[in-house]
Write a protein that binds this ligand. Structure first.
Ligand SMILES: [Zn+2]
Length: 671
């Protein structure tokens, strides 16, 4: 559990150069959280680590969907479970009501872990045969069912499901029975169609436990029956729910409630808490923020999605939390943890990632919502500081290429932090009106279902009227982030003063990013805020200004996951200069160690300055400063400054200036 999210990706997946770049970039502050405050990521690290650890331990390759599972749609699950903590025995009967959607179906494939023993199966109430293959249970139907027909298959089974997704733990000397089924663990303790793309319309969970224990689950408590030595709880949800969000949390809890007033009026909704008796006092302060959070998120994203039932917290033994639908399991009670898991009720539960390649639609959104809650309660400066604290400037794609790489699915840096930046950047690109309207439209289209990145993108495009293909391509499927170097000068024209702004994208490991780039020009006559479109490695802009310029800032409000530095880029080729064949500049190898060869090609004889600068713009070494004939010339840089001292690993840039123009090229030194 102490594994750090930053080291979660296998080291073999990080190349020397990207690791170097990460180290370098991580040293460049792009923002800071409030002085003295802890970096607010511990709960996210814990959640990611918990989910990844469980999944990795399970060692499953994927959801292992069978062809037959495409042929039916689950309408309802009825779980009837009896738990004996003393003997670690779960005895269950689960009935699945399914509608056939394609092709005549004569057998129903369910997912159930092979270690759970099946004792009987029925189809429409009559005994049915079954076969097992690995974790797939196939129940033979009494006849072929055609599309549109409904069938009920019931399975009786028992076993000890203890392991990665179900635990017989204890807290304070008392049983603490928990489940955490994400991503593929529901099958460990109940037979189901364990896919995100088929939500049951409703689920009943009837669970019998020894007297004295309280069993909490999804939806509303329909009944609680004292059987003497045991007690039976019946929980019912009538909202669509994906199997991995069905949960149990069982302990001699202390129960208490708050009440949420729906935005449109009507009956208040119960917010139910199941806490360890010893935590009752400790949770009060932060739990009291839950109802105001529901209100804030409902105002922003539409009404709480399960308002006819409940929201709640049930404490469990894992760090972080798990956003079980209508009843989050919590391993702490920090405010950011509470806001994160609550936000999942909209983003993750109401709309679920269609598969775990797109987990950022769950985790990136929930992480962004932590910051949004800060904005609602403490203002936009706190929101920005919180986002800056979540900035991840290393390698890897948000899209999870390999869903058997569970550390990849629940990578705190990518799925959580960089994912939250994609939401934040989209807000910056679209503006609040289109951004929130887009979220509303996304909800309207996919509520109580599932979605992919492309489906989300298409909705945001429709609402905003913008082409967001490049945005999602570079941020979800691409590595890294832009590194902007910029320089400026002013020129006077008859019409007035003009700012000439040069911007170079100097990142290593990724091509040019296409982004609208906010520019703030401070002049003696006031501030000019504008946005330029930036999409190639080297670009210049002219901006009319009302007076002498005193400062220029790129992305001053921090809407782009980037690094930026003002460096001298303006060569002798000013924007007004006549076109001339620009010099060419290349180096190899890059990254390099111990030396790299730099090749230049000039189109005319004349003065050539070739120098190495660091990312702060400081001159490190001069490779050429004098007249050269036209043609190709080669130089070596051995990673030393002009005094002969070895310089540190990191990114540097080669700057070439000639009468015909200038060129800039990043180069990485790997020690
Ligand atoms: Zn989460």
């Amino acid at each position: 559990m102490s594994r750090h999210a930053g080291s979660a990706r296998p080291a073999a997946g990080i190349t020397a150069s990207s690791a170097l770049l990460f180290a370098l970039l991580a040293s460049l502050p792009i923002g800071s959280y409030g002085a003295g405050e802890p970096v607010p990521t511990e709960h996210r690290r814990l959640e990611a680590a918990t989910k990844a650890r469980l999944a990795a331990a399970a060692g499953r390759v994927d959801a292992q969907k069978t062809a037959g599972q495409d042929l039916y749609d689950v309408l309802h699950y009825d779980l009837d479970l009896t738990l004996a903590p003393a003997s670690h025995l779960l005895t269950g009967q689960v009935a699945t009501t399914a509608r056939i959607v394609d092709a005549p179906l004569s057998a129903l494939d369910l997912d159930l872990k092979s270690t759970m023993a099946v004792t009987a199966a029925t189809c429409g109430g009559a005994p049915a045969a079954w076969t097992r293959s690995g974790d797939v249970l196939t129940v033979t139907l009494d006849r072929a069912y055609v599309p549109g027909e409904t069938v009920v298959v019931s399975v009786a089974y028992h076993g000890d499901p203890a392991g990665d997704y179900f635990g017989w733990s204890s807290v304070g000397g008392q049983p603490m029975i928990w489940t955490l089924s994400e991503p593929f663990g529901s099958r460990d303790w109940w037979p189901c169609k364990d896919l995100n793309t088929d939500k049951a319309d409703s689920v009943d969970v009837r669970v019998t436990v020894p007297d004295g224990l309280i069993a909490a689950s999804n939806g509303l408590l329909a009944s609680e029956v004292d059987n003497g030595a045991t007690r039976t709880f019946l929980w019912r949800t009538r909202y669509p729910i994906v199997p991995y969000l069905v949960s149990l949390a069982i302990h001699p809890y202390t129960r208490f409630s708050h009440w949420y007033a729906p935005l449109a009026g009507g009956d208040p909704m119960e917010v139910q808490y199941f806490v360890y008796p010893s935590h009752y006092e400790a949770v009060q302060t932060n739990y009291a923020k839950t109802v105001p959070m529901i209100t804030a998120f409902a105002q922003a994203f539409g009404e709480y999605p399960f308002v006819r039932e409940k929201y709640g917290h049930a404490e469990f033994v894992w760090g972080g939390g798990m956003e079980h639908q209508t009843l989050t399991s919590l391993g702490g009670y920090g405010e950011d943890l509470i806001s994160h898991e609550l936000a999942h009720q909209w983003w993750g539960d109401m709309i679920t990632c269609a598969d775990f390649h797109h987990i950022w639609l769950n985790e990136g959104f929930a992480t962004w919502c932590e910051a949004y809650w800060k904005e609602r309660t403490a203002g936009v400066a706190t929101y920005r500081a919180y986002m800056n604290a979540a900035a991840y400037l290393g390698p890897g794609t948000i899209y999870v290429e390999d869903t058997s790489d569970f550390w990849g699915i629940f990578d705190g840096n990518l799925s959580y932090n960089k994912g939250s930046w994609v939401v934040h950047m989209l807000r910056g690109v679209l503006g609040d009106a289109d951004f929130f309207a887009g979220l509303t439209a996304y909800r309207d289209r996919y509520a109580y279902g599932s979605a992919t990145t492309e489906q989300f993108r298409d909705v945001m495009e429709e609402v905003s009227g913008r082409d967001l293909d490049a945005f999602f391509q570079q941020w979800i499927y691409g590595d890294y982030h832009p590194v902007y170097f910029y320089d400026w000068e002013t020129t006077a024209h008859d019409a007035g003063l003009e700012l000439n702004l040069a911007v170079t994208q100097a990142q290593v490991g990724a091509g040019p990013f296409a982004m609208p780039l906010p520019v703030r020009v401070t002049t003696v006559a006031g501030v000019v805020d504008t946005v330029v479109w930036n999409d190639v490695a080297r670009q210049s802009y002219r901006i009319a200004v009302p007076g002498a310029v005193t400062a220029v800032a790129l992305d001053p409000d921090g809407w782009i996951l980037c690094e930026k530095a003002a460096v001298p880029l303006m060569g002798t080729a000013a924007p007004d200069a006549p076109p001339a064949a620009p010099p060419r500049l290349a180096c190899a190898p890059n990254p390099f160690n111990p030396e790299t060869e730099v090749a230049i090609v000039t189109s005319a004889a004349g003065r050539v300055d070739l120098a190495v600068h660091d990312v702060a713009g400081r001159l490190i070494a001069s490779l050429c400063a004098g007249d050269l004939p036209a043609g190709e010339h080669r130089f070596r840089w051995r990673g030393r400054d002009d005094a002969g001292r070895a310089v540190a690993s990191g990114t540097y840039y080669l700057r070439l200036r000639t009468p015909a123009g200038s060129a800039l090229r990043p180069v990485a030194l790997v020690r």
